[in-house]
Design a protein around this ligand. Structure first.
Ligand SMILES: Cc1cc2nc3c(=O)[nH]c(=O)nc-3n(C[C@H](O)[C@H](O)[C@H](O)COP(=O)(O)OP(=O)(O)OC[C@H]3O[C@@H](n4cnc5c(N)ncnc54)[C@H](O)[C@@H]3O)c2cc1C
Length: 502
């Protein structure tokens, strides 16, 4: 049943409604789910977004129409799609011309920020702010994602241990609610909606603008990798680094099980002496752990950076012959995954299915988790990079909708699998069966895991995910999107007349 999006036709829009590109809006990065919308709205203004949502709201609960904001469509399982509804192409409002950089003044009273459209790609926010010598503080590993898309999840990368996730670095939002109202919100004004929308999986409104905190942009980056064969030393060093006062500016880590093939190494453009490809280092088939760090520096003060890095490295217990580093610009470092994307695209390997699994594991159970997962479940193979790095809970604002483990330190563990073949080890089925084993282990062993970018398909699962926070999440839904019009692809609140799809 395809509902009639023609009900939007009488609207006077600054942009336009299209019907020919519905197939493209039924795809995402996960490439495992395809829900065909009735139409795609290319908004020319925030008023267009509000008018479309308001119209659907006015149709009432008997109308099956829903509205899905689509960022860059980098969801994994249809989260930015809608079956038979309206997809709002947020990138139409994402251009640099709509960005406003406020350079701020001296002192803490006038901090710098940028007002960026919800549909702006982070790479474009970076380009725009760099013109003023400024940059956002917290990132994702990949910048071709939208502001509204990552803020609806959390936005986590190697800066989060110090700066918090991206949702901790926003001062104000402009939101179109599920009633079609345009609301400005911040910690001081409409704070319930502000915190609800951050990590809110698009459930309470469409973010049309975000005020993002800025800092002076670093010029250069010393980018360092070292290897460990011992998991305990690897994680102890990571934890010591994220807890220290004077430390690196970015700290991540990854697990190296299978060192061959572009699909296992796509995540980075780290060039000069990539340890992942360093053939001279023999590990006898053992699992290796790579600690990745950066130190920002001004080329005029490279000596100071060298000294500081030397002191920091001297406290670590990595395998001494495996220290690799390179110096790149801040922009090159932040945009590092994009060059790999281009290589994969050239080989047709970017559009393959991506059965990713992202977990947040408390510090107290990370060893048990690693023993089972890397020693047993994934002993011989993996289908893509595996990230593993700690962050501190105190940097996450617990008033947002983001769900994280209870402990002060927890790990982000990302299994970024690709499934290039229809059967065998490279298939979706194989990757999903490994993911299921990992999740199953976590449940049975009481690991205290929470999923990030969770692909749950029933409200029961979501209730378990939110735990004690479910009541607040549900209350906010009734308040801001009472007809459950928005982001139906998250499968949290089915619109009354629509069956829950999986
Ligand atoms: C290669 C790659 C690397 C990644 N690296 C990281 C990483 O390092 N850290 C990290 O945290 N995440 C990472 N992600 C995940 C990323 O945060 C999610 O894919 C997220 O969905 C953002 O993608 P998007 O902007 O394309 O949004 P979409 O996938 O289009 O949308 C995501 C969800 O948000 C909703 N939405 C979209 N725009 C808005 C808006 N303006 N207002 C309200 N709701 C909206 C959609 O309806 C959907 O439910 C990565 C993803 C990929 C593909």
């Amino acid at each position: 049943h395809v509902p009639d999006a023609g009900v939007l036709a009488p609207l006077r829009l600054d942009g336009y409604l299209s019907f020919h590109d519905v197939a493209a809006a039924a795809r995402d990065f996960g490439n495992r789910c395809s829900l065909l919308p009735a139409a795609v709205l290319h908004p020319g203004s925030v008023a267009d977004v509000a008018a479309a949502v308001r119209r659907v709201f006015q149709l009432g609960e008997r109308s099956p129409l829903t509205v899905a904001a689509r960022g860059h469509g980098h969801s994994l399982l249809g989260q930015s799609q809608t079956a038979g509804g309206i997809v709002v192409r947020m990138e139409s409002l994402g251009g640099g011309a709509r960005m406003r950089v406020h350079a701020g003044g001296a002192g803490a009273d006038a901090p710098a920020y940028v007002d960026a459209p919800g549909g702006a790609l982070w790479i474009n926010v970076l380009h725009e702010t760099l013109k003023h010598g400024l940059a956002p503080k917290s990132w994702t590993d990949y910048l071709h994602l939208t502001v509204g898309g990552t803020l609806s999840n959390a936005g986590v990368s190697g800066q989060a241990f110090r700066q918090g996730p991206q949702v901790s670095n926003v001062n104000q939002l402009e939101i179109v609610t599920g009633r079609g109202d345009v609301v400005t919100c911040s910690p001081e004004e409409n704070s319930d909606l502000f915190y609800g929308a951050l990590g809110g999986l698009g459930q309470f409104g469409i973010i049309t603008r975000a005020r993002i905190a800025l800092e002076p942009a670093p010029k250069m980056v010393r980018w360092i990798r070292v290897l460990y064969s011992d998991f305990a030393s690897f994680t102890e060093d990571q934890e010591a680094l994220i807890s220290a006062e004077r430390t690196f500016d970015y700290i991540e880590g990854f697990v190296i099980i299978n060192r061959t093939g572009i699909l296992n190494n796509w995540r980075t453009s780290f060039k000069p002496q990539d340890p992942v490809q360093a053939s001279h280092f023999q590990s006898d088939g053992k699992v290796l752990y790579c600690l990745e760090m950066t130190k920002n520096f001004d080329p005029d003060e490279a000596d100071i950076m060298e000294q500081e890095v030397g002191v920091l490295l001297s406290r670590l217990r990595y395998i001494q012959s495996t220290l690799f580093h390179t110096d790149v610009t801040y922009l090159e470092f932040l945009d590092r995954v994009h060059s790999s994307e281009l290589k994969l695209r050239a080989q047709g390997l970017w559009e393959v299915p991506h059965p990713w699994l992202n977990l947040l594991i408390p510090r107290s159970t990370i060893h048990r988790f690693a023993t089972e997962v890397f020693g047993n479940i994934l002993k011989d193979s993996n289908n893509g990079p595996i990230l593993l790095y700690p962050v501190n809970r105190s940097k996450w604002d617990n008033r947002t909708s983001v769900v994280i483990p209870e402990e002060e330190i927890f790990y982000l563990v990302g299994f970024l699998s690709s499934a290039p073949s229809a059967s065998g080890h490279g298939s979706v089925e194989h990757a999903v069966s490994l993911n299921d084993k990992i999740v199953d282990f976590c449940d049975k062993a009481g690991v205290g895991m929470k999923q990030y970018l969770a692909p749950y398909t029933t409200q029961q699962q979501w209730k378990a995910h939110f735990g004690a926070r479910w009541e607040t999440f549900e209350r906010r839904k009734h308040m801001y999107d009472p007809l459950a019009i928005l982001a139906p692809g998250q499968r949290i609140f089915p619109k009354a007349s629509l069956p829950m799809s999986s």
